[in-house]
Design a protein around this ligand. Structure first.
Ligand code: DC
Length: 225
């Protein structure tokens, strides 16, 4: 296995931002695993398939090809050769992804793809089950936590900046619902791995979170020397 940094945590805790900074600083390939579940979800939603139709989901999986391209430090996601990087962030995907990500057949397809990526290249991978299921033996395991209220606050501000109309209460409710689905699901629920180091970003700035993570990574690199 190559050098692997694994980060898990709830939606809106800042994993994406942190992963990008770590990827740039240490030259690691950045993998946004949530986006992979989003690509699958987009494909299934377009086909009009619901999460209850597990047989149909299973039958479609071999037709789905997900590819990540990297340009100028950004990740671009291709679904069967179509760039869907923008579309996977839309409401129709947001509302369905946590449901499809609960399915065993879906996870059985995505998890091996992620493990494969960490075999031959040094990676920073973030998601919900990276420290627990995908890479339980990762060199560095971080659990990035944040209060629900602060996560809702951040998402609410982002929405306003993007011109998306919403109330704080609506955003909080949707974050709570997603959290419930992700932590209570049977397979690979979001949970802190016993040996993961927790960074709580509730009251920290982005540079402060990054500094805390760099310390953990530097210490590990020193140990491996
Ligand atoms: O990080 P995100 O919001 O883009 O993730 C989208 C969904 O994918 C989220 O609802 C949970 C799921 N997910 C998962 O089950 N396992 C992962 N490793 C990453 C994401």
């Amino acid at each position: 296995m190559a050098f692997v940094v694994a980060i898990d945590g709830p939606a809106g805790s800042g994993k994406g931002t942190l992963a990008k900074l770590i990827s740039e600083k240490y030259g690691l390939v950045n993998v946004d695993t949530g986006a992979m579940y989003r690509c699958l979800t987009l494909y299934l939603v377009r086909k009009g398939i619901t999460v209850e139709e597990v047989d149909k989901v299973e039958a479609e999986l071999p037709n789905i090809n997900i590819r990540i391209e990297r340009r100028d430090g950004e990740q671009y996601f291709y679904l069967n050769d179509e760039d869907v990087s923008k579309e996977i962030r839309t409401t129709k995907v947001n509302e369905n992804v946590a449901k499809f990500a609960q399915l065993k057949c879906v996870r059985d397809m995505v998890t091996p793809m992620q493990r494969e990526m960490g075999k031959t290249q040094d990676v920073i991978m973030e998601g919900r089950d990276i420290t627990t299921v995908v890479f339980p033996n990762a060199d560095v395991k971080i659990y990035l936590d944040c209060s629900e209220e602060e996560r809702a606050n951040r998402r609410y501000k982002q929405n306003l900046e993007k011109g998306i109309e919403c109330t704080y209460e609506e955003v909080l409710k949707s974050i709570q619902e997603r959290n419930r689905l992700e932590t209570e699901r049977e397979i690979a629920p979001l949970t802190k791995a016993e040996d993961a180091i927790v960074i709580d970003s509730t009251n920290l700035s982005i540079p402060e979170v990054a500094e805390a993570a760099y310390k953990i990574i530097d210490a590990k690199k020193e140990e491996l020397k």
